[in-house]
Design a protein around this ligand. Structure first.
Ligand SMILES: [Zn+2]
Length: 287
């Protein structure tokens, strides 16, 4: 069966990014080394098998632990701050995940417009496909659209490289079809990466972006607390994680007033007071 994006795609190969060489992180080497050493030691001294199997499991446990640390480079390169040159210009990046959302995205766009701020929207492919006019609105107002996977699946931590390439590639095609240009950056749903994420991203030419300030706007219903959580750590070069889309459970948790709508004006006021500027990731990061 064709994947959802492939059924309707007008994806032009010229919109695709060229693949890049994939860069193993320290945990890739540890995983490969522990398996090679384990197999070799069992071959030479079969009685050592419990130790060998323990070492292999241990390296997988470390992979799992670091996979849950979004800013860790242990599983390959990840961007969690803007470069020094952008920080010296007083730039920060506000980023919004999980949209587009018919209710939230237009209101977030209006708030950004009022402050003259630019932001980056990590869109979910399936939601972009359902609301293409919102994705076009994001770019028409001067913001950037990047890749947050097609399905936004909780099972992504168990995907093979092939399945990762298909899912992230479907989002890439969908977003490129709508906006006319391919996303440059990928953000992992739920921040979870595996040893297979970097090889899949390299094949698609994408770079992984995390954050260094997590607002918790999707779980904390108090906008003042969300804004002060951001303000406490805000400094030039920061990448701030917020949301313009909420899943059912999280939408219910923040009742009828998602805290991003109350917190964002306070964050934008802080930026104005400190004479800092919110810019898109693509304008702050060299391509
Ligand atoms: Zn997400």
């Amino acid at each position: 069966m064709k994947s959802p994006a492939a059924q309707t795609s007008r994806f032009n190969v010229h919109q695709a990014l060229p693949p890049r060489a994939w860069q193993p992180g320290p945990l890739h080497w540890l995983l490969a080394g522990s398996h090679a050493a384990g197999v070799a030691s069992i071959a030479v001294q079969p009685a050592l098998w419990p130790w060998a199997v323990g070492a292999m499991f241990g390296s997988h446990a470390l992979n799992f632990a670091f996979g849950l640390a979004p800013g860790s480079a242990a599983l390959g390169p990840v961007i969690s701050k803007l470069p020094l040159s952008a920080a010296e210009r007083g730039e920060i990046a506000l980023t919004f995940d999980d949209g587009p959302d018919a209710e939230l995205t237009p209101r977030v766009l209006d708030l950004l417009d009022e402050a003259g701020a630019r932001a980056t929207f990590f869109c979910v492919g399936a939601r972009a496909r359902a609301h293409p006019h919102l994705v076009r609105e994001i770019t028409a107002r001067g913001h950037a659209v990047e890749n947050h996977a097609f399905e936004h699946s909780r099972a992504m931590g168990f995907f093979s490289v092939r399945r990762l390439v298909r899912d992230i590639g479907d989002a890439q095609k969908t977003l490129a079809d709508i906006t006319g240009s391919a996303p440059n950056f990928f953000r992992a749903p739920f921040g979870i990466r595996t040893p297979l994420t970097e090889p899949a991203l390299a094949r698609l030419g994408l770079r992984c972006v995390a954050w260094n300030i997590r607002s918790l706007d999707s779980v904390d219903s108090n906008p003042t607390r969300v804004a002060s959580r951001i303000a406490r750590r805000l400094a030039p070069g920061a990448i701030v994680l917020m949301h313009d889309g909420l899943e059912g459970r999280r939408r219910r948790a923040t009742a009828n007033a998602p805290s991003v709508l109350g917190a964002l004006p306070l964050v934008l006021a802080t930026l104005r007071e400190r004479a800092w500027r919110s810019v898109t990731l693509r304008s702050a990061l060299p391509s």
